[in-house]
Design a protein. Structure first.
Length: 305
């Protein structure tokens, strides 16, 4: 049973990283024909429509009325704010660097989980997070071909990371109540509602955009938008928020590989060295006694709100 659970968690981590990593170069490609807000709206519309069919098949019930306000807020933070800030940020920040900045999410998540819910991360967890962030910083400062000066694009991507971290930390109670499939549906639909303010001009944008770019946005709507949130919610429900997001340090390395193939953003020697440092951090942060995993999840879920 233990081996089966570990295999499922490992597979969920891998799928989350690959699909999430593909979003960063996908956004860069989509920005050649769509505005940042239209990318977010179209992604969420496509994702929401897809989830309607899933909801009908699964017989998903509506959330309780008292939970609607917090679900709307989490949907806004985890989807509307995150995607829009990231899209605007990637107008001036490359796909690889954007993924590196978003990899601060585990650090924000661990701090928020500790401050609000006393979710223990463990000594090796903190050391691993620090090591992983050092790897991120090494790549960011020395492993990119562009100037890494603090500009508005970098700030916006960091805002996206913080918004996403809040979403991850505060979702635990509702994951326990509704299950990770239903709750993720609720928040994606909520995020879509907020993005409808940008609906004017979307139809014209679709008409004038090249078909390959529109297909890229459709891919973003179905795969990076929907599936990783299901898998990450599943992981969070088993291990807790800080542990669930710690493996996202692997995302930048995968992003650089995809961006290299797709956008010809070539990684450097510094990128490879920084990637190894980051990998060490991931390994350290995930060295946990197996018997401690489930209590961590239960404790964090019970303490939220």
């Amino acid at each position: 049973m233990t081996k089966s659970i570990n295999f499922k968690l490992t597979s969920a981590h891998l799928l989350t990283n690959i699909l999430w990593a593909s979003a960063f170069p996908g956004i860069r490609a989509a920005l050649t024909a769509y505005s940042p807000e239209h990318i977010s709206l179209l992604r969420l519309l496509i994702g929401s429509i897809t989830l309607v069919f899933v909801a009908v098949i699964q017989g998903i019930r509506l959330p309780e009325r008292n939970d609607v306000p917090i679900i709307l807020l989490l949907g806004f933070l985890g989807f509307s704010a995150y995607q829009t800030a990231l899209n605007y940020g990637e107008q001036t920040v490359s796909a690889g660097v954007a993924s590196l900045l978003v990899s601060t999410t585990p650090i924000f998540t661990a701090l928020l989980a500790f401050l609000f819910f006393r979710e223990k991360f463990g000594f090796l967890g903190w050391i691993g997070s620090l090591t992983g962030f050092c790897g991120v910083a090494f790549i960011s400062l020395a492993g990119t071909t562009e100037s890494f000066s603090l500009n508005i694009g970098i700030i916006l991507v960091l805002v996206a990371s913080l918004s996403e971290s809040i979403y991850f930390v505060f979702q635990n109670t509702y994951l326990k109540k509704y299950g990770f499939i239903a709750f993720t549906m609720y928040t994606i639909w909520s995020g879509t509602i907020f993005m409808m303010i940008f609906s004017p001009g979307l139809g014209e944008a679709v008409i004038h955009a090249p078909i390959d770019i529109t297909l890229t946005v459709i891919y973003l709507g179905v795969f990076p938008t929907v599936i990783p949130y299901f898998t990450l919610a599943y992981i969070t429900s088993r291990t807790g928020a800080s542990e669930a997001t710690s493996a996202l340090y692997l995302t930048p390395a995968i992003t650089f590989l995809i961006a290299w193939i797709w956008l010809e953003e070539l990684p450097t020697t510094y990128t490879l060295i920084g990637g190894l440092i980051t990998l060490v951090g991931v390994i350290l942060s995930n060295i946990k006694k197996q018997q401690n995993n489930q209590p961590t999840s239960t404790k964090s879920a019970d303490c939220i709100l």
